[in-house]
Write a protein that binds this ligand. Structure first.
Ligand code: SF4
Length: 201
């Protein structure tokens, strides 16, 4: 099973297939992996030890960062991520980024952002919409419409503990909606990345 894979100068970590959303556009609905020949469906979730061991098979000097991003929401394993990051920080000098839907505090039932201090360098949070209603229509979160506010609150709190925090949307949104998202990101004080949408169907 694929626990680690390389993509664009980074080593990616695929630690779960679980997610708190069921997005209508999720790549998992249409293909097996993000790059050719890489199947990101896991037979079971790897242990922390298995993740760390799997990383050791790569020549780490070739990469610019570690990225937690696979076929699921990595922060569903928040406490394991903190342990993995702590061990990676001891062994390597690469920065660590987490691509997330921003639900970690809902998942853990408390604010876990202080625990990311010093072990996570960047977080990219999928914003996806300009308000909670549209977010829920698109992302179908198990938390309902409160997921959107929680995601923005997570971004706000991350800012205090993580050097680089950004929200992301895709460029298929209407110009006015992109502008509305940009305004929200500005109010929180984080960057907004407008990603190019890739249709995987
Ligand atoms: S949050 Fe990400 S992994 Fe989860 S359903 Fe949405 S696109 Fe898929």
């Amino acid at each position: 099973m694929t626990i680690t894979y390389e993509l664009e100068n980074a080593l990616y970590l695929n630690i779960t297939n679980r997610c708190t959303n069921n997005c209508s556009f999720c790549v998992r609905n249409s293909q097996e992996g993000l790059s050719q020949g890489v199947n990101l469906w896991l037979k079971r979730e790897p242990t922390v030890e298995e993740v760390v061991t799997d990383i050791q098979k790569w020549d780490i000097d070739r990469y610019q960062e570690f990225v937690f991003c696979g076929y699921g929401e990595p922060m569903i394993r928040t406490y394991d991520i903190i342990e993995i990051c702590t061990r990676l920080k001891t062994a390597y000098s690469l920065p660590i980024r987490i691509n997330t839907n921003g639900h970690a505090n809902l998942i853990c039932g408390r604010d876990i952002t202080p625990q990311l201090t010093g072990v996570v360098d960047a977080v990219s949070i999928s914003m996806n919409a300009k308000n909670s209603k549209e977010y829920q229509q698109l992302c179908r979160s198990q938390y309902g419409e409160r997921a959107y506010a929680a995601m923005l609150d997570f971004a706000t709190k991350c800012k205090k503990h993580i050097p680089r925090v950004r929200l992301s949307i895709v460029d298929v949104m209407a110009k006015d909606d992109i502008q509305a998202c940009r305004k929200i990101a500005g109010e929180i004080g984080v960057d907004l990345k407008v990603r190019h949408f890739v249709n995987h169907n």
